[in-house]
Design a protein around this ligand. Structure first.
Ligand SMILES: Nc1ncnc2c1ncn2[C@@H]1O[C@H](COP(=O)(O)OP(=O)(O)OP(=O)(O)O)[C@@H](O)[C@H]1O
Ligand code: SF4
Ligand SMILES: [Mg+2]
Length: 382
């Protein structure tokens, strides 16, 4: 169990404090030009080799009742973005507002209290649970740390949480190694929900699970969202998973969002050449777990460039089948091309995504075969 897992659970903190963040008008979460850069040094000489711009100018709003799916190849910055949103990694620049309050300006204690309202579900339920602690202690830890319950009331709340997540009261006395992967993830979800958060950031929450178990966990997350009024930022490299859980989808490439659209719009008519390649290849692939990177190779040219030296101009240009000279010179901004459709591409015209320009969008990029809604191949997720 890492320090990051502990930071989310909040052990060793003072008890009894009120939440630092209250309800406010506007989006529940606002991310403004977030940048998280990592200096990379030579291990021996400690000279600076360069900077990885893992997240480089990401902005979006998340509203009440919304699930934002974040998809992209390995190394595109999804996990770094997740950590940045939750302040597990302080941003290099940019701001994150939760219910109108600037998390980036909070001191450690205020942030600790605010964390009650936003929690994380990690990819690896094994690594995120302390093997020496019983499930009762694991799920009780955040409640105790925030001074919300003790004694019999604490035990009752833990059992309620376990049952809400499909586990039994008797499971409270067990240890992580006594569970299957799916059950361990249920424990991780129960712990994340202990403080009744409003926002849950889930980083690849089903990637480590068997395909047969993935659907159960996804259904659980959807049921909990309805019951508890949760908002999710849901990160996955699996487009089918993102399609199943999200209202809105953001496609990331080398630290940037290249397209953000409502789910149906994106899956029926992706506008950015990268989104097109990703969707086309993924939906054409009969892989049991069609990951973005596996799916992209046949459709887009070349491997992901080094994040230490991304291409000039548009970062996708070295793999883009329709790149022009301008693409090497100028970085395309993420613009609202039509209502709710944000795309960063010089060649996607204003109005793209509306019916009269749909034909242009459908034929201007690599091969694109998106089946009608509900006909994507892969495991049954419903
Ligand atoms: N602590 C760090 N120090 C230096 N570079 C880092 C650090 N954390 C992440 N990176 C780099 O930042 C980039 C984005 O990494 P990140 O883990 O966010 O990608 P990801 O989209 O989550 O990938 P994956 O799908 O494999 O989980 C990568 O190039 C990674 O090597
Ligand atoms: S800006 Fe140019 S290189 Fe980038 S996606 Fe659009 S066409 Fe391709
Ligand atoms: Mg990741």
């Amino acid at each position: 169990m890492t320090a990051e897992h502990r930071a989310v659970a909040g052990p060793g903190s003072r008890a009894g404090s009120a939440p630092a963040v209250d309800a406010a008008d506007g989006p529940l979460l606002r991310v403004e030009d977030l940048r998280i850069h990592f200096p990379v040094r030579d291990r021996v000489r400690q000279t600076l080799l360069g900077t990885v711009k893992a997240v480089d100018g990401v902005s979006f709003d998340l509203h009440q009742g919304e699930t934002l799916g974040v998809v992209g190849e390995t190394g595109s910055g999804k996990s770094t973005l997740a950590r940045g949103i939750l302040m597990l990694r302080r941003p290099t620049t940019g701001r994150v507002f939760f219910a109108g309050q600037d998390l980036t300006a909070m001191d450690a204690e205020t942030l600790r209290r605010a964390r009650r309202q936003f929690q994380m579900v990690f990819q690896d339920p094994w690594g995120s649970l302390d093997p020496r602690m019983s499930v009762m202690d694991i799920v009780a830890e955040p409640l105790k740390a925030h001074g919300l319950a003790k004694g019999e009331e604490l035990a009752r709340q833990v059992v309620d949480l376990l049952q809400m997540c499909g586990l039994a009261a008797r499971d409270a006395g067990k240890f992580p190694h006594e569970f299957s992967g799916g059950q361990r993830q249920r424990v991780g979800i129960a712990r994340a929900l202990a403080l009744r958060p409003r926002l849950v950031v889930a980083d690849e929450p089903v990637s480590a699970l068997d395909v047969s178990v993935q659907a159960q966990i996804l259904n659980l997350l959807r049921d909990l969202q309805r019951e508890l009024g949760l908002q999710y930022v849901f990160i996955s490299h699996d487009l089918r998973v993102v399609r199943y859980v999200s209202n809105t989808v953001a496609v990331m490439y080398l630290g940037k969002i290249v397209e953000r659209s409502e789910r149906h719009a994106l899956f029926s008519l992706p506008l950015h050449p990268y989104s097109k390649a990703l969707l086309s290849a993924s939906l054409d692939t009969d892989l049991g777990e069609a990951s973005a990177e596996e799916a992209l190779r046949p459709a887009a040219r070349g491997d992901l460039p080094s994040p230490l030296s991304p291409p000039s101009g548009c970062r996708f240009r070295t793999r883009c089948p329709i790149a022009i000279d301008l693409c090497a010179q100028a970085e395309p901004p993420l613009e609202e091309k039509s209502p709710g459709r944000f795309v960063a591409c010089h060649l996607v015209p204003a109005g793209a995504g509306t019916p009269d320009l749909a034909a242009h969008a459908a034929h201007s990029g690599p091969r694109l075969q998106t089946p009608p809604e509900g006909q994507a191949r892969g495991p049954a997720l419903a």
